[in-house]
Design a protein around this ligand. Structure first.
Ligand SMILES: [Zn+2]
Length: 84
């Protein structure tokens, strides 16, 4: 998913950190990608609150779509571990 920078109109990317991915594993990576801020090449970090409400809604939807499978996977693992 790509979004436009609210300040200059160019594309922003999600900040990524390989360190966090290694440290947190799959869950850490999912949560990090869900809650990380966005970065514009010219303006630097852009807080979510600067994006238009419509875009924020889309981001929220994207976050939910990422978190629900992660949560489901977690519950399945719990069921396998403790369900016998
Ligand atoms: Zn910008």
């Amino acid at each position: 998913m790509t979004y436009k920078c609210p300040r200059c109109g160019s594309q922003v990317q999600k900040g990524s950190s390989r360190g966090a991915q290694f440290a947190g594993g799959l869950m850490g990576m999912l949560f990090y990608s869900a809650f990380s801020s966005f970065k514009c090449d010219t303006c630097g970090r852009i807080p979510r609150s600067e994006f238009p409400p419509r875009v924020q809604g889309r981001m929220l939807l994207g976050t939910v779509l990422v978190l629900i499978p992660a949560l489901a996977l977690f519950l399945v693992l719990l069921a396998i571990l403790f369900g016998r």
